[in-house]
Design a protein around this ligand. Structure first.
Ligand code: PEP
Length: 250
């Protein structure tokens, strides 16, 4: 079984000095990675190198990016390639985060192109999926997750090693709202994601499925103990090293 992946998404917070200080504090609070845990921090692009330098030589501490552009290089003003992310020290990248989808208009097809290109270029990827409240209330949970998974993994072969790819189930209505999905909702959605991944898409059973959406130190341990929850993706509560370290230990 792969270790649980405890991921932090720092969004557009922390300039280099603050990011370095937070990464150092995290290493002090977690002198060794707790058993069966991997820690992934995704800072803004400008702080990737600083965080990667702090984590260098620390087993279980990983650095990631929050986005990429699916081309090797070219006239793509403002964009960043997988090689540039690797050069800065990133080994992972998030694709399809709901803020990318809703604020920047990323389509399912674009998310699929980013996920496949990231993997082809040697980055590991966390593909984020999740339904809005309207979709959930309209009974469209399975339809939405099936569509996002099929498109997000359209060009990813089932032979993709499970260690290179994770899926984060993040109900949009629970991101940054303080509303956490209940255990029943998480269990149901994660079982559904597992079934879609294995039966419809032929992916490995070992693929990690993370839960994201208002995870905090006081709810992390219940969430991480649920079936088919192989880690968490944390926004707000990952910004303070102290609270993220408690989530990692949950
Ligand atoms: C996220 O940004 O992926 C997220 C889950 O945010 P929060 O933990 O703040 O809900």
């Amino acid at each position: 079984m792969l270790p649980k992946l405890m991921a932090a998404n720092w969004k557009m917070y922390k300039a280099t000095a603050q990011a370095r200080a937070s990464a150092e504090e995290l290493c002090t609070l977690l002198p060794v990675t707790p058993e069966q845990r991997e820690i992934l921090v995704c800072p803004p692009f400008t702080a990737i190198a600083a965080v990667a330098a702090v984590f260098a030589g620390k087993p279980g501490f990983l650095t990631g990016a929050q986005n990429l552009y699916p081309k090797e290089e070219g006239a793509f003003t403002g964009e960043i390639s997988p090689d540039m992310l690797k050069d800065a020290g990133a080994r992972w990248v998030l694709t399809g985060h709901s803020e990318r989808r809703s604020l920047f208009g990323e389509s399912d097809a674009q998310v699929g192109a980013k996920t496949a290109f990231a993997l082809a270029q040697g980055l590991n990827a966390v593909l984020c999926i999740g339904e809005t409240l309207d979709q959930r209330e309209a009974g469209q949970l399975e339809q939405v997750l099936a569509r996002q998974l099929a498109a997000g993994l359209a060009d990813v072969p089932p032979s993709c090693p499970p260690v290179c790819l994770a899926v984060a189930y993040e109900p949009v209505w629970a991101i940054g709202t303080g509303k956490v999905a209940g255990p029943k909702e998480i269990l149901e959605a994660h079982a559904l994601v597992r079934r879609l991944l294995c039966e419809k898409l032929g992916m490995s059973r070992e693929l990690r499925i993370l839960y994201g959406g208002s995870v905090k130190p006081d709810n992390a341990s219940e969430i991480i103990g649920l079936d088919n929850v192989d880690g968490v993706l944390v926004g707000g509560a990952s910004l303070q090293a102290e609270s993220f370290s408690r989530i990692v230990r949950a």
